[in-house]
Ligand binder design. Sequence first.
Ligand code: GLN
Length: 416
Amino acid sequence: MPPQNPPSIDEVLATIAERDGELNSVVHLFDPPLPPTGDGPLRGEVLMVKDNIAVAGAPWSAGSSTRLGSPATFDAECVRRVREAGATIIAMTNLDEFAMGASTASSCFGPTHNPWDITRTAGGSSGGSAAASAAYAVATLGTDTGGSIREPAAQCGVVGVKPSGRQIPLHGVVPFAPTYDVVGPIAPTVWRTALLDDAMRCTDELSDAVQRGARGSLSGMVLGVVTQMADHRNSLEVRDRFAAALDACEWLGAQLVEVDVPNIVDSLSTYMTTTSIEAIPVLEEHAARGPLGEEAARRLEHALSVEPAEVARAVRHRRELNAQLRRIAAGHDLLVSPSMPIVAPALSRPGLDDPLAAPRTDWWTVEANIAGLGAMSLPNGRGKESGLPVGLQLMCAPGTDARMYFAAACLEPHVA
Ligand code: GLN
């Protein structure tokens, strides 16, 4: 079982001084750290926050040069809640510009490197949070519009959760696509993600579920294996690890059934079209302040030039997939899939070396955002070819996140 206790602030500062020169996960260090404003379950937790979430005094850059020079003057509501629950905030983390991307390559601070292999991407857009969590054993906050918490968590070998529903307010979060955006935790263990998630939702049911799960089994649970997410489009080493995780689920007593979601085809283009259109106001507002980076500019151009017929198709498909996935999720205790079809791609040329690498990382994550499901990436060992972390994705019907945490806690010692 991974260590459950957070490191001390001094330990974290020492490892940052040693490693962040090469990793580039931190974009701002609070000196001195921001103390908690209350006492609660997060007492002793050392926290870093993605820099699209407001923390008073942070750059609040969202990875964009257009936002530099006007630091946040207040704490986002989710930040206020975790500080009140006892967390100490020590740093802000790197991200793709406006959280658009899957590698942090579009950040105005330059990319974050993967702690397991610095020639590889840490993933994105919450790449700084996931890399810091893996390298410094800190808990972090991220945001997930189409996979931005789960993808970097999978690539860095930590736990990342996209909560279902809207219990965590978006107040103080730089918007990307507001009907998709959610805030969620990334941390080295299921327990620490649950504590953070609970604090942000003002509940305690998730950490309760983890305590029960760590002592429990999956017997009586029916897990749906999504056929389309488990097929040959995953690399061989990802398929191997997924098969091993399914064995662990069965050994723990779960019943596995195959589920077909034919509408998944095209989900990425549906996601891209609908999110780009939602992002128009925020992109136009920032374009008026200074030049956007390449990726953000490309999305704005796409949004402004997309054919009405494509918008109509995407909106219709979003609605159909939402209904279909919710129905399927509600018919099973959980759905399972690999978090990503590949391990972390090379950083030098994401999308150039391998033109399919960048969008491929989003293949199995956007569906949970489209349907509003809860979803988690759990470390699932290392690929036997690359030796790099692989993630297992658990997805749950809206409002059943406690069950997902229960299963994750039960599985954690058997798959990591
Ligand atoms: N990689 C996806 C994108 O580029 C998801 C980003 C996110 O979840 N913020 O849009």
